[in-house]
Structures are given as structure tokens and as C-alpha cells.
Design a binder for this molecule. Structure first.
Ligand code: GTP
Ligand code: MG
Length: 273
């Protein structure tokens, strides 16, 4: 009788993927790619002219991945050049500078530009997005905190990473998770894997946290009109407490928002007869 041999796992087929970088000029897109591919950092700003193209090979599980990277210029001047390159993309590295609020606020416009260029038949659901909150080494200048960035990314089902191209922090982790998610997506018939999806919190919770963050006073935080009664304040408080209680809500920033709501209610009730 023939001894049965253990089956050798066939090495996975090689895969070709296309990755692009997006985000405002100067946020560090090229430096993030350089840090990962060349293990170095250039402090002098050399703006990308149009597009920089590079090819690299990476190993993900048992698959060899050939990655075509299109590093885009963030300057609006290069819009015409960029819009040729959005199609057939499997992964996007979407970068902002944590010290530049404008670059964070611009993320929606970057998605809109991509969506517009892909046209009515383009499907953004089948693309893995890795949001990089970059330049975390410049802690003194930071004006977009982690929970704000994470909330934006995770409520869209995107991956979120805190990175520094200068020190290298977060860069390897970002690329490894990013490539793994793309391979999962390709093996999943083109559907985005469910990790980090928005399923863990609702749009209402995310929108409420954002609204509270941008509120100008305690009335605003509770969502009641100035001069509201004790009953109205308490009613609004109870609704928000149910929505944001840390035991029930895992959205980034919910704990802080909950505390803000508790303090706002206390402050208002002190002054209402
Ligand atoms: P465009 O090509 O014009 O769209 O810009 P970009 O997003 O590619 O920016 P680039 O990578 O060229 O970096 C812009 C400037 O920011 C350079 O001076 C970099 O040295 C600097 N920079 C990039 N990443 C970091 C970082 O993590 N920390 C710090 N301190 N500086 C960084
Ligand atoms: Mg660049």
C-alpha cells in the first residue's frame, strides 16, 4: 500500500495591482512611499510634477504581488494629468498632514475628484483606502487629533494609520495592512473585506460626535435652543447619553463627546431655575 504523502501547498499565483496616492500638495505622499520603498527620508520639499511612477514587488502570505505605484501631485494645477490615472485602481493611499486642517478637510474633495473621474460606472466600493494621518512627529503643530481622523476614515470603511515619513513610525504597518487588504479584496471577488468597516458604529453616532466637536456653546452641544427649559435639556441629554455612552458606542471620540455632553448639561442646569 502506498503511503499517502502530505499535500504540498501550491504557491499562490502572482498578482498585479495598481495603487495611487492622493492628498493635498506637501502632505508627504512621496515621502511615505520613499520611506517604505527606499528606507530613507528627504527633508527638502521636491513637489511631484504630475505623476511619479514606480514598480515594486512584495510578498503577501504566499503570493508575490507586483505593485504599480502612481504617486500623484497634489497641486490643483495637475488636475488634468491626474485624472488619467484614477481608473483600474485597487488601492488608494489618502494622506493628510495632522498640522494642516485644510489638508484634512480636503479629503472629501479628493474622493469627489476620483469619483467624478471614474464616471457613473466607476465603483469606489471595490477599492481599499488607507488614510494616513502624516507628520505625527510634529506634535507641537498638530491640529487634527487621532479620534477626528479615525472617525472620518472608519465611518467610510477605510483603514486609518498614524504615520511619520520622517521617523518611519506607522509606515511598515500601514503598507503591510494595506497590501493584505488588497489581496483579501482580490481573493474576495473584488469586494472590500469587512475589517474596519463602519459596521461597528452608526452614521448617527459619527455625525453626532462631529456636531458636538464643532459646537460653540453648551446649548449647541446638547442641540437645544438657548433658553431651553430644564425638561428640554434633560430630554436632549438622555437622548445623547443613550447614543454615545461608552458602553454602547465604540466610535472614535465617543468618550470625549460623552464627557462634553455631561459637562454641558451640568453647566446649563446650574443656571436654569
Ligand atoms: P506633492 O508632490 O506636491 O503633492 O507633495 P507630497 O504630498 O508628495 O509631499 P512630499 O512627500 O514631497 O513632502 C512635502 C514636505 O513635507 C517635504 O519637505 C517633506 O520633507 C516633508 N514631510 C513629509 N513627510 C513628513 C513627515 O512625516 N514629517 C515631517 N516632519 N515632514 C514630512
Ligand atoms: Mg509628491
Amino acid at each position: 500500500m502506498e503511503a499517502s504523502m502530505p499535500k504540498r501547498k501550491e504557491p499562490g499565483k502572482s498578482l498585479r495591482i495598481k495603487v495611487i496616492s492622493m492628498g493635498n500638495a506637501g502632505v508627504g505622499k512621496s515621502c511615505i512611499i520613499k520611506r517604505y520603498c527606499e528606507k530613507r527620508f528627504v527633508s527638502k520639499y521636491l513637489a511631484t510634477i504630475g505623476i511619479d511612477y514606480g514598480v515594486t514587488k512584495v510578498q503577501v502570505r504566499d503570493r508575490e504581488i507586483k505593485v504599480n505605484i502612481f504617486d500623484m501631485a497634489g497641486d490643483p494645477f495637475f488636475y488634468e494629468v491626474r485624472n488619467e490615472f484614477y481608473k483600474d485602481t485597487q488601492g488608494v493611499i489618502l494622506v493628510y498632514d495632522v498640522g494642516q486642517k485644510d489638508s484634512f478637510d480636503a479629503l472629501d474633495a479628493w474622493l469627489a475628484e476620483m469619483k467624478q473621474d471614474l464616471g457613473p460606472h466607476g465603483n469606489m466600493e471595490n477599492i481599499v483606502f488607507a488614510v494616513c494621518a502624516n507628520k505625527i512627529d510634529c506634535a507641537k503643530h498638530r491640529c487634527v487629533d487621532e479620534s477626528e481622523g479615525r472617525l472620518w476614515a472608519e465611518s467610510k470603511g477605510f483603514l486609518y494609520f498614524e504615520t511619520s515619513a520622517q521617523t518611519g513610525e506607522g509606515i511598515n504597518e500601514m503598507f503591510q495592512t494595506f497590501y493584505l487588504s488588497i489581496v483579501d479584496l482580490c481573493e474576495n471577488g473584488g469586494k472590500r473585506p469587512n475589517t474596519n468597516s463602519s459596521a461597528s458604529f452608526t452614521k448617527e453616532q459619527a455625525d453626532t460626535i462631529r456636531r458636538i466637536r464643532s459646537s460653540k456653546d453648551s446649548w449647541d452641544m446638547l442641540g437645544v435652543k438657548p433658553g431651553a427649559s430644564r425638561d428640554e435639556v434633560n430630554k436632549a441629554y438622555r437622548k445623547l447619553a443613550v447614543l454615545l455612552h461608552p458602553d454602547k458606542c465604540v466610535a472614535p471620540g465617543s468618550e470625549d463627546a460623552f464627557k462634553v455632553v455631561v459637562n454641558a448639561r451640568t453647566a446649563l442646569l446650574k443656571n436654569i431655575k
